[in-house]
Design a protein around this ligand. Structure first.
Ligand code: HEC
Length: 117
């Protein structure tokens, strides 16, 4: 009697284990399927600029405050300063927390801004 109970227990444990294995491989299969998508989904610096900055900084200028153009700005001296500016901007410029939190986007945008001349 006791051995039957033990056997039953073992069987259900094995079923649980197989269940977990299936779940784990389903998750990793999903992850693998999504991975190439998320890699190629990182937008280019030019796209990020067009969508977030160009309204005020068309062609690297500044239509709100023409004395403070983006191109050649000291705030582009290094990525840390650029990150600071987008986190806590001065004057009428809005903050861009989503770009700041996503390092690949921040780098792509930074490189693009540096390339404006
Ligand atoms: C709503 C308009 C607006 C948007 C959108 C905007 N900016 Fe600005 N930006 C400004 C204004 C106004 C200033 C000047 C702030 C000040 O008074 O110092 C500025 C200043 C800057 C400067 C520093 C210029 C300098 O040397 O004084 C940089 C660099 C910059 N912006 C980059 C960006 C980037 C990159 C984006 C997009 C992620 C962006 N801005 C989006 C309005 C904007």
């Amino acid at each position: 009697m006791s051995s039957t109970i033990k056997e039953l227990g073992e069987k259900s444990m094995r079923r649980d284990w197989i269940g977990h294995l299936c779940q784990a491989s389903a998750i990793s299969a999903l992850y693998c399927a999504l991975l190439p998508f998320s890699v190629s989904a990182t937008p280019s610096g030019g796209d990020i600029f067009k969508n977030n900055c160009a309204a005020c900084h068309a062609s690297g200028g500044n239509i709100v405050d023409p004395k403070k153009p983006l191109k050649g700005s000291k705030k582009l001296a290094n990525k840390e300063m650029f990150k600071d500016l987008l986190s806590k901007p001065a004057g009428a410029m809005p903050a861009f927390p989503k770009i700041v939190e996503d390092d690949p986007s921040l780098s792509a945008l930074y490189d693009y801004c540096k390339s404006l001349k």
